[in-house]
Design a protein around this ligand. Structure first.
Ligand code: MN
Length: 228
């Protein structure tokens, strides 16, 4: 193929314990998936209609690379989340068939320009500039589902500069992974390479330049990084 400009690189994530990498196609995120976080944001949980938004695939920051403090904000927030990586696609799936799509699991930060999000909410605008900015999705190495799969007791945790900021078990999710995948597949045809951020528990707060973060999906994935 003769491309008019150089072919953009395909973002990818390391695979834990392997030299292989996982190519990233799209990044879907669910909002308001832990009741205590919805509460701290002054929002309510809609159990019937999960709320989704997207980030560009090249917002992914891999391999523990520094996250540059983004432009156009004075209130960059962390949201630690389990990340689900799909190895197969599908559409209009039932929850019972949804886990067949899952290739592996990781942990990531849904970084948010909270000031821009508040403006967007106030004006009824979309969330793209608050959520889908450059470097807004640091993600750990992925653990293949066949090696270790999370359960309702699995702990999700974020520490910043050695202090725990967010901690929950996955059983606190309003919509579990099969229901998230099923609901997404009713809106989009899912494909191999898609990532899904599965929502954040309470404790979201600001990050400053120089902060070091440690995100953990206990026993499955870990991510260390720094705001530069
Ligand atoms: Mn989030």
């Amino acid at each position: 193929m003769d491309y008019a400009i150089p072919l953009p690189a395909c973002p990818s994530l390391p695979v834990a314990g392997s030299a292989q990498r996982f190519p990233v196609r799209r990044v879907f995120c669910i909002g308001r998936n832990y009741a205590d976080h919805a509460r701290e944001m002054g929002a309510t949980v809609d159990k019937d209609t999960p709320m989704f938004f997207c980030k560009p695939a090249d917002a992914v920051v891999s391999d523990g690379a520094d996250v540059p403090y983004p432009q156009a904000t004075a209130d960059l927030h962390h949201e630690v989340e389990m990340v689900v990586a799909l190895g197969r696609g599908g559409r209009d799936l039932a929850p019972a068939e949804a886990l067949d799509l899952v290739w592996g699991y990781g942990v990531g930060l849904d970084l948010t320009r909270r000031d821009l999000q508040a403006q967007a909410k106030a004006k009824g605008h979309p969330w793209d500039v608050a959520k889908g900015f450059d470097h807004s999705a640091p993600v750990s190495a992925l653990r293949p589902a066949g090696e270790a799969a999370p359960g309702t007791d699995t702990v999700l945790r974020l520490s910043v500069n050695g202090e725990v900021r967010q901690q929950a078990t996955l059983g606190e999710m309003v919509h579990d992974v099969p229901h998230i995948i099923a609901a997404l597949s009713a809106l989009f045809e899912l494909k191999a390479g898609d990532l899904i951020f599965t929502g954040t528990p309470a404790g979201v707060a600001a990050l400053q330049r120089g902060d070091r973060f440690h995100a953990e999906l206990a026993g499955i994935a870990e991510l260390d990084g720094r705001i530069a």
